[in-house]
Design a protein around this ligand. Structure first.
Ligand code: GTP
Ligand code: MG
Length: 302
């Protein structure tokens, strides 16, 4: 065909793929590997991701907009309700659901996910992640067990960490993305502002450095982010905790813990932004913030 309307061009695909599943199964690791960039924070602890993270993968003939989501948990706090709503909202936008499970987790542990999947109206690709941790001969029986239990569009075993199977998954996802012109310029990676990722990087460092309830009782707000023509950017952030004792732990003896946290977080922020920053960190208390609707909203969970 040769006309001026461009109908002879290869048809372009553009749409949304939501990545969802239980906490710690490797959703954010997958997003980062798909984009070839560290966008979403990853830690060894469950419930790391709290907000939807949007990542755009553009090629010559497609644009897949990935939505990384918080792990699905039984809600114990209002914060968890926000996290579940975030997944539900992402599902509304999505053309395909990439549902991830951990190959090492017992089959029974995913029962709650199975119930949810019966309500999902879009195609579901079941991704069995972390296959690097199981014997090869055990992978096929796992696939069979899920096939018997669920109606699924595809089942794809991968190792998000080693990128094993990730390209196959990309090709499969693309099949379910509708024909549509691109929504973003080809060089766009996300639509979320730098200050969001900066607060996430600080939170990631808190998850890595502190134990028990501390990571979960913490949230980070960027008070000021000043880009400077000459000299380093200035970032002023507050770490909110729920109790005085937690504030003491984050600050540490003579301020040592906070200082160490600041050094690590600054380095990671600089890697992300590709420029030098001055990071000014503070710690403050917002009692019981995880369970107060108004406070949650003030802290960006809305
Ligand atoms: N061995 C192995 N570890 C993996 C793989 N994918 C992710 N991980 C690890 O699993 C842990 C959790 O990874 P995340 O990507 O943060 O998991 P998530 O599903 O986003 O977790 P939440 O945000 O808490 O819901 C990290 O320690 C990852 O390095 C994999 O394919 N193999
Ligand atoms: Mg995550």
């Amino acid at each position: 065909m040769d006309d001026s309307t461009g109908n002879d061009l290869p048809r372009f695909r553009c749409g949304y793929a939501v990545i969802m599943g239980s906490p710690n199964v490797g959703k954010s690791t997958l997003l980062n590997n798909m984009l070839d960039m560290k966008l979403s924070i990853v830690t060894s602890k469950p419930q790391t991701t709290r907000h939807r993270v949007l990542g755009i993968l553009s090629t010559e003939d497609s644009q897949i907009i990935f939505l990384d989501t918080p792990g699905l948990v039984a809600p114990k706090y209002k914060l968890h309700e926000y996290m579940i709503k975030t997944v539900e909202k992402a599902l509304v936008d999505a053309d395909v659901a990439v549902v991830m499970i951990d190959a090492t987790a017992p089959f029974k542990q995913n029962e709650h996910l199975f119930d949810l999947l019966t309500k999902v109206k879009i195609p579901v690709l079941l991704v069995i992640n972390k296959i690097d941790l199981v014997e090869k001969k055990k992978i096929l029986p796992i696939i069979r067990a899920y096939k018997d239990r669920l109606t699924l569009s595809e089942i794809i075993p991968i190792s998000a960490l080693n990128r094993d199977g990730v390209n196959i998954l990309k090709t499969e996802i693309k099949k379910y993305i509708p024909y549509s012109p691109p929504l973003y310029p080809p060089d766009a990676i996300t639509e979320q502002p730098e200050r969001f990722f900066v607060s996430e990087i600080i939170r990631e460092n808190i998850f890595e450095m502190f134990r028990d309830e501390i990571p979960y009782s913490t949230t980070v707000i960027i008070n000021e982010f000043k880009e400077r023509q000459h000299g380093k950017d200035y970032i002023n952030a507050t770490i909110y905790v729920e109790r005085l004792s937690q504030k003491g732990i984050i600050i540490g003896k003579h301020g040592d813990a906070l200082k160490k946290l600041g050094i690590h977080a600054r380095k990671d922020i600089e890697d992300f932004l590709q420029r030098e920053v001055y990071l000014d960190l503070h710690v403050s208390i917002k009692e019981n913030w995880r369970n107060k609707e108004n406070t949650l909203r003030q802290l960006g969970y809305n």
